[in-house]
Design a protein around this ligand. Sequence first.
Ligand code: SF4
Length: 343
Amino acid sequence: MDEVRRRRYLAAMGIVVWERRSADLDRAAVPVAAETASQPAPEPVSESAPEPAPQPAQHAAQSSAPAATREPAVEAPVAQEPITEISVTEEPIADEGPVQAAEAQPQPQPDGPPAWSDADLAGLPANGAGAMPPPQFDHAPPEPSRAAQIGTMDWAALEQAVAGCHACGLCERRNRTVFGVGDRDADIMFVGEGPGADEDRRGEPFVGRAGQLLDRMLAAAGLHRSRVYIANIVKCRPPGNRDPHGDEAGACRAYLQRQIELVRPRLMVCLGRVPASNLLNTAESVGRLRGRFHRYGAAGVPLLVTYHPSYYLRSPEQKAKGWQDLQRMLEFLAQDAAGDARV
Ligand code: SF4
């Protein structure tokens, strides 16, 4: 911008330029004054009455006009109109002010939980995912009961569990646990009450005098102990060969139950009062229980009751009863094998 245009522009803006007078400036002022007098005065630019903002089409048309007439229009502070529009848009807010503000802001509930509406819950997923995190528990889930754990064991795990068992007081004076012996796929399973001194020493059931008599009885019936399975109500010897207490038998019951489930015998035989009362949950004597079939457990396994071999040792005249019971066992197995067993 040359000096003439600059001064004209400043004059249009109402800006007075004070400069030191000098010969050069005086000389320069002469043509300015002369030019000002010879040319039409620039259109005044007034802040009180600003020109409307140039529209794009007008601006393009003015681009072809002389520069002296374009500059004030371009530089004029016309674009203040949006400020006026802002003041207009504020009016609805002022009118609705307090009411709308009160509705927009959630009001605190004086007491109790927040009042949720159906609209508040409408956007939540049906399964609640993303709405609330799942509850966290400090404690671990309960472990399966001991009986449930034993009920899933195979032979190896079961034998190992018995060997290390301390579930009742009988573990304190035992020398060895007495797990069981015989054919694990046997048709007949014999159940005694508990280990004696010989069994506690050897870790095998029915190896004392009573056990030897049992072997002879089985042999007379054409059976060998390796073809049957033999176990006891408790796996550890009760002190003094006393009867096992109820809590001891109960603690050991899961082991016997698992043995029965694994063998799946066709016939069970209780040797004496203790196994009969435990498995049949009865207080009846052997004399009243023997001679007929019973059922054991949910599977309804046929079960016979006979005297313990030690009874025949004490009362040899009763051995005929033992022989009768053996014949009944063999007869049942024969009929069962033929599909004609009646219990
Ligand atoms: S008698 Fe049975 S329950 Fe008791 S310690 Fe021996 S194996 Fe365990």
